[in-house]
Design a protein around this ligand. Structure first.
Ligand SMILES: C[S@@+](CC[C@H](N)C(=O)[O-])C[C@H]1O[C@@H](n2cnc3c(N)ncnc32)[C@H](O)[C@@H]1O
Length: 261
């Protein structure tokens, strides 16, 4: 019996961006020891295939516009499983501490006396940079790395500090940003970020259908045009992610800042 995973306890486990080779050894061990695994929609089949037969697998996936379970129901399911004496893994895409609503789950479980621990995972921004052969920071030019969610409540505008985000020496890793790409580009440029700042749209990172699209901030809206809603994508913005051989970059010429932006 693993000493760190007694019956009635919960591990929040990072599954990484999709490639099972990016799972940590600890995550793999916890999956092998669990009685029940509650997993998100972005945790793909290759990772789930590592879960031994006989372990109960429960999909609690939440994707934009297609919520299969609300957060309250997920909290209740986790608590019920742990209080029933199960060893529970809550498997989340990427790193559980980045836009994973982990705090809500931890609070719900700990107030019921349930022990919770976290196993970190490779976040999508790190994996996207690795796939593109880029660094997220660049000495002298990109001293800051900012993780941003561009997910807004239905019908609400993005409420972000554009001036702070437009700082020239920062790399922005924007999660859930595809739908708002045009607004992001216009707001950043209006707040002072250079229109020719390098951008990268990383789709299905680390999965067989991975696609990396590069361009400039002023053309971001066009770069995401062919990306489907169902394909997870991440926006990276900043000097650090420019291709090392800059002379070979094909930069889209069109720009898309209308309406006074
Ligand atoms: C709820 S957030 C979770 C982020 C996750 N905790 C992490 O550390 O990567 C989901 C968003 O992460 C990004 N994402 C997750 N997996 C991805 C992948 N394989 N490729 C591209 N983007 C991904 C997308 O922006 C997606 O909408």
């Amino acid at each position: 019996m693993p000493h760190d995973f007694p019956p009635g306890s919960v591990w929040l486990v990072g599954a990484g961006p999709g490639d099972p080779d990016l799972l940590t050894r600890k995550a793999e061990r916890l999956l092998a020891d669990a009685d029940m695994v509650f997993y998100d929609a972005l945790v793909g089949p290759a990772i789930l295939a590592l879960v031994p037969r006989g372990t109960e697998l429960v999909a609690v996936g939440k994707r934009s516009g297609r919520h299969s379970k609300d957060q309250g129901s997920i909290n209740d399911l986790l608590a019920a499983a742990a209080l029933g004496g199960k060893r529970v893994v809550r498997l989340k895409g990427g790193d559980p501490s980045i836009f994973g609503r982990s705090t809500e789950e931890i609070a719900h479980l700990t107030t019921r006396g349930i022990a919770v621990q976290i196993c970190p995972g490779v976040t999508t921004a790190s994996a996207a940079a690795a796939s593109a052969g880029a660094s997220l920071t660049l000495r002298g030019l990109a001293r800051k790395l900012t993780f941003v969610t561009a997910h807004a409540r239905a019908g609400e505008a993005l409420d972000l500090d554009w001036v702070a985000l437009a700082t020239a020496d920062a790399t922005l890793a924007i999660y859930m940003g595809r739908a708002a790409a045009a607004e992001i580009a216009c707001q950043l440029i209006a707040a002072g970020r250079a229109p020719d700042t390098p951008v990268m749209v990383a789709v299905n990172v680390s999965l067989p259908a991975e696609r990396i699209v590069r361009g400039r901030l002023s053309a971001l809206a066009f770069l995401v045009e062919t990306i489907s809603d169902s394909d997870p994508s991440l926006l990276l913005i900043g000097e650090a992610i420019a291709p090392v051989e800059r002379g070979r970059v094909a930069v889209p010429a069109r720009t898309v800042c209308e309406g006074g932006n």
